[in-house]
Design a protein around this ligand. Structure first.
Ligand SMILES: Cc1cc2nc3c(=O)[nH]c(=O)nc-3n(C[C@H](O)[C@H](O)[C@H](O)COP(=O)(O)OP(=O)(O)OC[C@H]3O[C@@H](n4cnc5c(N)ncnc54)[C@H](O)[C@@H]3O)c2cc1C
Length: 446
């Protein structure tokens, strides 16, 4: 058997190697860390870690990451590996704590520096800090890049600490004073060191999950990866009108401009700038109403991320007033019935069944069931947010917790007109094709 030393690939010591730690940026196109690493180093070492911290049990005793999202993630990592291989590279895949794995690989491959994209939400930044500290012990630098927003932080018309808390003001100033950068293109070739053990992709079982079941009623099977994401992007703009695409794929309720790109955006399989410049191209073609709405959505996404950057966890804990009403003894039962789609409110239940079965629901649908949980059932909004974290294929910490906190009215974004006028339950529809389709559910995975 070979010793680790013998296994170590032959490297010329003068060669400069940069380890590119992929996280939620699983793409080749418009990926600054990849291009910059290729520019600065002779060899690059692309790495992805399946971190067990994302698969631990949540308060409902389910995995923090449900099977549908985990499958999408595995497919996305597989897609990245394939696209790197096409360019002559390889992706090292490991299951384990990045704070252990990244320094180990860095030593094994005589890496000079590690690059990664900085995240904003608490858990993600904590992981980066641990990796940074572990690398520091072996005298290596973790270089942070900012690449998860449409507008680059450095192009904002204000420093992070002065970002307006009101979405309306943020939007107005950013649109007036900032520009979205052009895409930076894709590398033509990638040179990785000779890799001894690239590692297998995990199965769902190895991540402690059950097989993902596709519900026949779902209008779309989200397939993870850059290639599938770019195909969806092309579909959105086919015929110059994304509305037709989504209406053909989906059943109500959907927003009339829903691109359904969110799962790919959440994992960075599709670059926001690429999407934005496609939008601009189609604006020139005259389809402004739909495309304006899409840009507005991207701004909401940026806003939530920048708010987390500015306030940290305080963004989702501010202005909380103690609940003075008597505790409702049935609150747990109410939450359980919400999760099971058994509240007795047909639209709410139908949406929950769709969420449980497919991992994707439209924005209005999210707003309806979140508002209902918070306002009508008086359940703590963080329980709903944790449930979405488990179920959504497109789960993205800042977007999920930011939107929930916003609906619960715990942050300043509430000045902005965002949430649709909330209808009392009695006025929610009780009969529609959508409700008929999802009640009773054929397949429900809790
Ligand atoms: C309670 C609640 C929880 C949510 N959780 C998530 C989440 O975990 N992940 C997520 O990506 N979105 C989340 N959203 C935002 C939004 O519902 C989804 O982004 C959108 O429905 C995805 O569908 P789409 O790709 O067709 O969006 P489109 O309407 O086509 O919008 C394009 C992109 O803009 C972004 N976006 C749109 N609306 C928002 C918004 N309000 N906040 C932040 N980003 C937005 C998404 O990346 C989306 O893909 C949540 C909304 C609510 C009300």
């Amino acid at each position: 058997m070979q010793t680790p030393k013998e296994l170590t690939p032959c490297l010329t010591m003068s060669e400069r190697t940069i380890l590119v730690w992929f996280r939620n940026d699983l793409r080749i196109h418009d990926n600054e860390i990849l291009l910059e690493a290729i520019r600065k180093a002779d060899k690059i070492l692309p790495v992805y870690c399946f971190d067990p911290a994302y698969f631990v049990k949540n308060a409902s005793c389910n995995s923090k990451t449900g099977s549908l999202r985990a499958r999408f993630l595995i497919e996305s990592v597989a897609g990245l590996r394939k696209n790197l291989q096409v360019l002559g590279g390889e992706l090292i895949v490991r299951i384990g704590n990045p704070a252990v794995i990244i320094p180990q690989l860095a030593e094994e491959y005589h890496v000079n520096e590690v690059y990664h994209h900085r995240e904003v939400a608490h858990e993600e930044t904590e992981i980066s800090e641990k990796v940074e500290a572990a690398l520091w012990k072996i005298r290596l630098n973790l270089k942070h890049f900012i690449g998860h927003t449409l507008y680059h932080k450095e192009d904002l018309p204000f420093p992070i600490k002065d970002i307006p808390d009101s979405f309306a003001v943020f939007k107005k100033k950013v649109e007036r004073d900032s520009d979205v950068r052009p895409c930076i293109g894709s590398p033509e070739t990638i040179s990785t060191p000779q890799i001894v053990d690239a590692g297998e992709l995990p199965t769902l079982g190895e991540l402690g999950l059950e097989e993902a079941i596709d519900d026949p009623r779902s209008g779309i099977r989200f397939i993870g990866g850059e290639t599938a994401g770019l195909a969806q992007l092309a579909l959105v703009f086919s015929n110059g009108n994304q509305t037709n695409t989504t209406k053909n794929q989906r059943n109500l309720p959907v927003t009339d401009h829903a691109s359904m790109l969110s799962p790919w955006i959440a994992l960075g399989c599709v670059s926001l700038r690429k999407l934005y410049w496609e939008v601009i191209k189609h604006q020139h073609a005259g389809n402004n109403q739909q495309t304006n709405a899409l840009v507005l959505d991207l701004l909401w996404r940026d806003y939530f991320r920048f708010m987390f950057k500015k306030h940290g966890q305080k963004f989702i804990a501010k202005n909380q007033t103690p609940d003075t009403t008597e505790p409702d003894l049935n609150i747990d039962t109410a939450f359980e019935s919400w999760k099971a789609g058994e509240t007795g409110v047909p639209l709410v239940d139908a949406i929950i069944h769709e969420l449980n079965a497919t991992g994707y629901i439209s924005k209005q649908a999210r707003q309806i069931i979140a508002t209902y949980l918070v306002n009508d059932l008086k359940v703590d909004w963080t329980k709903g947010a944790a449930y979405f974290e488990e179920k959504l294929i497109d789960y993205s910490p800042a977007s999920n917790w930011g939107n929930w906190a916003f609906i619960a009215g715990v942050n300043d974004a509430k000045e902005s007109r965002y949430v649709l006028p909330t209808k009392p339950v009695a006025e929610l529809e009780t009969k529609s094709d959508f409700i008929d389709m999802w009640l009773p559910a054929l397949v429900v995975s809790h």
